[in-house]
Design a protein. Structure first.
Length: 871
C-alpha cells in the first residue's frame, strides 16, 4: 500500500521484468484505504512576495526554462503575444549525412521577421522564447536562439536544426514562416491572470494571480520530471508483467520538447507525435521513421497484463498514459484523466506498419524481437476531460491508437478536446498490405465538445484499413460548425479507411457541419458499413466503393426516441465509475438524464442513478408534489414513471440537503400510458353517424373523415367524479369544435371545446374538454362541429378526475393496506422505485429502504397505527 501524501520525484520510477508478478500472482500498488498518495513530479514554489500591482514573484532554483506551472490544482500558462509574421529571415542549409538527424538535404528559414512594433520589448533569455503556429489540424512549436533588430523588423533566430525540421512536414501541416504566430515566454508578455514567466538567469518566477488566489497560501508546483512511472520489459520474450496500480494520483510533469543536437521544438504532420530528424516532406516514403510518440506521465512498453485502475492522472507536460510497443492483455479502467497537454491515452506506435522489419537499410525505432503490436488491450470506463489543452499540441486526441490489434475502447467519457475525441489507425492508403491494425472496437463512448480549437476531423476519427473493426453505439455531442478551410464532421473516416462497420451512432452536432459523416469517395476508402446513424443533420458525400451506407436518420431538434435515448444513456462511464464525472462539470440532473428524449405518458423512463430524489416536472418548477404533471423516484431506482399529461418536462434532482439541479435536456411526452384513467379507443363506439375509420399512425385505427354534425356515442359511461375528458386529436387546421352531450346526440350539453390544429391529420396531441359535474352512468355522445369539409380525427378519449388521495402503504391502489402491498414494497425496495412512490415511501425520506419495509410490517402486525409519511 501507498499511504497518503506527496511522493516527490525528479525522474521516473522504472519497473522492468524483474518487478513482475510470477506464478499467477500480480504485484499490486494500491492507495491505502481512504488516503490519497500523489506521485508528484514537481517542486513546490514558496516565498511569494508582491512584485508590482499585478505580479507576484518567488525564488526558484532551476537552470532550465519553465514551460509548465500548476497553481492550486489548475494549469497556468506562459505569457504570450499573438502577432502577424512578415516571413522567413535568412537560410539554414542541411546536407544529407552531415549528422545522424540529417536524412535529406534542404534549405529552410533560419529565422522569422516581425514588425518591430508588434512585440513588447524582450529584455533577456532570448533562448527561452517559443513560437507556435496552427494549421487546420496541427500545431507546431519552434524555439529561439537569439533576437535582433534589422531595420524595421524584429528577428527571432531559430534554434537549429529543430527550427528547420519543424518546416519539413508536408500537406501544409508544418511550421510556416508566415501567418499568425503566438510567441511565448517573456516577462513582458505576462499581462493576464493565470500567466507566468521564469527568469532562469535571475532564478525568479513571476506569476499573475487569478481572482481569489492568495499567493501567501497558494500551492504552486513547478514540474521537473518528464515521466513518473516507466514499465518496460526488454523484448517480446522478456516482458514486464502482472503489475497493477490503483487509487494513486499521478501529477505534475514537465516536457522540454524534443531535443535534436542541442535544439528544441515539437513538430509533426498529424496526431500525438514529434519529428526527430530532417527528411523530405513525404513522411510515408520513410515509413514514419522520423517520428516518435511523446513522453507520458505513465509509459509502458514490452509488457503483459498491466492494469491501471481507479487512478487520477493530471497536469502533464505531454501525454497522460502511453502504451507504445508490445503492450498486450492490459487494462486502463476507471481513471480520471484531466489537464493533459497532448494525448490522454496513447496506444501503439506510428512505425508499426509491419513488425520485425528493422534492418541496416532503415531507421526503425524498435529492433527485431523487441517490436510488437499492442494487442488485446482494454481502455474502458475512463473520464477524460480537458485534453490537448496546451497550444502547440492541438492536433492530439483524448485517446490515440495507431496500429493496434483487438483494442477495445469502450464506455469512456471524453469532454473538451482541441481536436478529435478518439483517433484510430494510421497509414492512410499507402500501406495496403499492412495487417497490424485490425479487429478493434470503439463502442458506447460519449464524446462531448471536440474540435474546440482545430478542424478537419470529428468526434471519432479513423485512418487506414483495419479489418474487422466496429464503431457502434457512440454518442457524439457538440461538434461545431465548419467553415471555409475549417471543415468539421460528426464522424471522420479519413483516407484508406476500410473494412469498418459503424452502427447505431448518435450524432448531436451543429447543423452547419461540413459532413455528418466524412466517408465520401476519396483517398481509397472502401468496404464501409454505416447503418442506423441518428443525427441532427444529414450532409453526406458520394459513397466509396464496396460500401453499404444508409443516410442518417435526422432528428433536427435532438429529442431522441426512446431506443436512441437508451444508446445515449448507456454511453460513457457507468455503474461504479459514474462518480468519475464531477458535479462541477455535469449537474446531477444532467448525469441522470444525459440526452433529450421523446416517449409516452405513463411509461417507464430509464435514467442513471443519483444521490437524492429524481423528479419529472414542468420547466420552472420549484415546488415538487406528485400528480398528473409530476412524478418522482428514488435516485437509486435507475428508472422513473413519466407523468400522465402530455407536454415538455425537465428532470430535477433534489439532494439530501434540498439542493435542486435541473436538466439541460428536455423530456417530451405524448400518447398514452397507465396514468390518468383508462383510455377508450374512439373507433370502439356503440353508435355513430357520418364518420369512417382509418389506420392510425400510432397503431390501430382512428375515427376520421369527420364533418359537421357527425357524432360517435358510448353506452353506460360512469361520469361520477369526472372533471374533464382528454381527446387524442389530429387536426390539419380546420376551424372546429367538439361537444359532449348525454342521453342523445342532441341531449344535454355538459361540455365543449375548440379544437386546435396539431399540424396534420396524423400528428396527434391531447386536448382537454372540461365537463359539468355529472354523477352516474349515462350514454355519452361526442358531437363534431365546424364548417365545410373534413374537420379533424380522433384516436382515443379518457375521463379525467380529481387526484386520488395518497394512502400510505397501498401500493396496488385497491384502497387497503395488506400483505399484497408488502410484497410489492419488497420488490420496490430492491428496484429502488415503483409507480406509486408516495404510497411506498413510508418514512418520507425520498428513498425506498429497509426502513419502509419495517414500517409496513409493523403496521400489518398492529405495532403502529400510521406511517410517518401520513402524519
Amino acid at each position: 500500500y501507498l499511504r497518503g501524501g506527496d511522493y516527490r520525484i525528479t525522474e521516473p520510477v522504472v519497473f522492468d521484468a524483474r518487478d513482475s508478478g510470477k506464478n499467477g500472482f500480480c504485484i499490486n500498488y494500491r492507495a491505502y484505504k481512504d488516503e490519497v498518495p500523489v506521485i508528484n513530479g514537481a517542486q513546490q514554489v514558496t516565498g511569494w512576495t508582491k512584485f508590482n500591482d499585478q505580479l507576484w514573484a518567488a525564488p526558484l532554483d532551476r537552470d532550465i526554462k519553465l514551460r509548465n506551472l500548476y497553481v492550486n490544482d489548475s494549469r497556468a500558462h506562459m505569457g504570450s503575444v499573438s502577432v502577424q509574421a512578415k516571413g522567413g529571415y535568412g537560410d539554414y542549409y542541411v546536407t544529407a549525412g552531415q549528422a545522424d538527424w540529417a536524412w535529406d538535404s534542404g534549405r529552410k528559414s533560419d529565422g522569422i521577421a516581425y514588425d518591430v512594433n508588434s512585440i513588447p520589448r524582450i529584455p533577456s533569455n532570448f533562448d527561452d522564447l517559443e513560437i507556435v503556429n496552427g494549421t487546420t489540424w496541427n500545431e507546431n512549436i519552434v524555439c529561439s536562439r537569439d533576437v535582433k533588430v534589422d531595420g524595421g523588423s524584429l528577428i527571432i533566430l531559430l534554434q537549429q536544426p529543430y527550427g528547420a525540421i519543424a518546416q519539413t512536414p508536408g500537406w501544409g501541416a508544418g511550421f510556416s514562416a508566415g501567418g499568425w504566430h503566438t510567441i511565448y515566454n517573456s516577462l513582458s508578455f505576462v499581462d493576464e491572470p493565470g500567466e507566468f514567466y521564469f527568469d532562469k538567469t535571475d532564478k525568479v518566477l513571476y506569476y499573475y494571480p487569478r481572482q481569489g488566489e492568495d499567493m501567501t497560501k497558494a500551492d504552486v508546483e513547478a514540474p521537473v520530471a518528464d515521466q513518473l512511472i516507466v514499465i518496460e520489459g526488454k523484448s517480446r520474450s522478456e516482458r514486464a508483467e502482472n503489475i497493477t496500480f490503483s487509487g494513486i494520483t499521478f501529477a505534475n510533469t514537465d516536457y522540454q520538447l524534443t531535443e535534436v543536437d542541442g535544439s528544441h521544438g515539437k513538430t509533426t504532420c498529424q496526431a500525438a507525435q514529434t519529428y526527430t530528424a530532417f527528411a523530405d516532406s513525404n513522411w510515408h516514403s520513410k515509413n514514419y521513421e522520423m517520428v516518435d510518440t511523446l513522453p507520458a506521465a505513465i509509459h509502458i512498453t514490452n509488457s503483459d497484463n498491466i492494469s491501471l485502475t481507479g487512478n487520477v492522472i493530471k497536469h502533464t507536460g505531454a501525454d497522460g498514459i502511453s502504451m507504445t510497443n508490445d503492450v498486450v492483455n492490459s487494462q486502463v479502467t476507471g481513471n480520471f484523466i484531466t489537464d493533459i497537454t497532448s494525448s490522454g491515452i496513447t496506444l501503439g506506435h506510428p512505425q508499426h506498419i509491419y513488425i520485425d522489419d528493422a534492418s541496416p537499410d532503415n531507421r526503425e525505432k524498435f529492433p527485431k524481437g523487441v517490436e510488437g503490436v499492442c494487442k488485446n488491450d482494454l481502455i474502458s470506463q475512463n473520464m477524460l476531460y480537458d485534453i490537448s489543452v496546451v497550444h502547440g499540441f492541438g492536433g492530439c486526441a483524448a485517446i490515440t491508437a495507431y496500429f493496434v490489434d483487438s483494442a477495445k475502447i469502450i464506455s469512456n467519457t471524453i469532454e473538451k478536446t482541441a481536436y478529435n475525441g478518439i483517433h484510430l489507425g494510421w497509414g492512410w492508403c499507402n500501406f495496403k498490405d499492412s495487417t497490424t491494425c485490425r479487429d478493434n472496437m470503439i463502442c458506447k463512448n460519449r464524446v462531448i465538445n471536440s474540435l474546440n480549437r482545430l478542424h478537419d476531423s470529428g468526434g471519432i476519427y479513423t485512418i487506414g484499413q483495419m479489418q474487422g473493426t466496429s464503431i457502434n453505439e457512440n454518442y457524439i455531442q457538440g461538434i461545431p460548425a465548419g467553415g471555409p478551410g475549417a471543415p468539421t464532421y460528426g464522424l471522420h473516416n479519413d483516407e484508406g479507411t476500410a473494412w469498418i462497420e459503424e452502427l447505431d451512432n448518435i450524432l448531436e452536432i451543429s447543423p452547419d457541419v461540413t459532413y455528418t459523416i466524412n466517408c465520401e469517395e476519396y483517398g481509397d476508402k472502401h468496404h464501409l458499413t454505416i447503418k442506423r446513424t441518428y443525427a441532427t443533420v444529414k450532409k453526406m458525400g458520394k459513397n466509396p466503393p464496396d460500401s453499404d451506407i444508409d443516410d442518417p436518420i435526422v432528428v433536427s431538434d435532438n429529442v431522441w426516441d426512446l431506443p436512441q435515448y437508451q444508446i445515449c444513456l448507456d454511453s460513457g462511464v457507468s455503474g461504479e465509475y459514474s462518480g468519475l464525472v464531477p458535479l462541477w462539470l455535469k449537474s446531477a440532473a444532467d448525469q441522470v438524464f444525459p440526452a433529450s428524449c421523446m416517449t409516452s405518458c405513463g411509461s417507464t423512463l430509464p435514467i442513471r442513478t443519483a444521490s437524492g430524489t429524481v423528479w419529472i416536472a414542468p420547466d420552472g418548477t420549484d415546488t415538487f408534489k406528485t400528480g398528473r404533471t409530476m412524478t418522482k423516484a428514488s435516485g437509486s431506482a435507475g428508472k422513473i414513471r413519466t407523468p400522465a399529461e402530455e407536454g415538455e418536462y425537465r428532470i430535477y434532482v433534489v439532494d439530501g440537503s434540498g439542493n435542486v439541479s435541473r436538466s439541460s435536456h428536455i423530456l417530451r411526452l405524448s400518447g398514452t400510458g397507465d396514468s390518468g384513467g383508462a383510455v377508450t379507443e374512439a373507433e370502439k363506439y356503440d353508435v355513430q353517424s357520418g364518420i369512417e375509420t382509418e389506420n392510425c399512425s400510432e397503431g390501430g385505427s382512428d375515427v376520421a373523415y369527420i364533418e359537421d354534425g357527425d357524432y360517435i356515442g358510448f353506452k353506460n359511461v360512469d361520469l361520477t367524479g369526472a372533471e374533464s375528458i382528454d381527446f387524442r386529436i389530429g387536426s390539419n387546421g380546420a376551424a372546429a369544435s367538439l361537444e359532449v352531450r348525454i342521453g342523445a346526440p342532441d341531449g344535454k350539453l355538459i361540455g365543449s371545446m375548440d379544437v386546435k390544429s396539431t399540424g396534420g391529420w396524423q400528428k396527434w396531441a391531447v386536448q382537454n374538454c372540461a365537463i359539468e359535474n355529472t354523477t352516474g352512468a349515462h350514454d355519452v355522445y361526442f358531437v363534431f362541429r365546424g364548417g365545410e369539409g373534413y374537420l379533424y380525427n380522433v384516436n382515443w378519449w379518457r375521463l379525467c378526475g380529481q387526484e386520488a388521495p395518497v394512502i400510505c402503504g397501498d401500493l396496488n391502489g385497491d384502497g387497503t393496506v395488506d400483505t399484497f402491498d408488502l410484497v410489492l414494497l419488497r420488490q420496490a425496495v430492491t428496484d429502488g422505485g415503483c409507480d406509486r412512490f408516495d404510497e411506498a415511501d413510508l418514512d418520507a425520506d425520498g428513498e425506498l429502504t429497509e426502513t419502509d419495509l419495517t414500517l409496513h410490517s409493523e403496521f400489518l402486525m398492529g405495532k403502529i397505527r400510521s406511517f410517518p409519511a401520513g402524519e
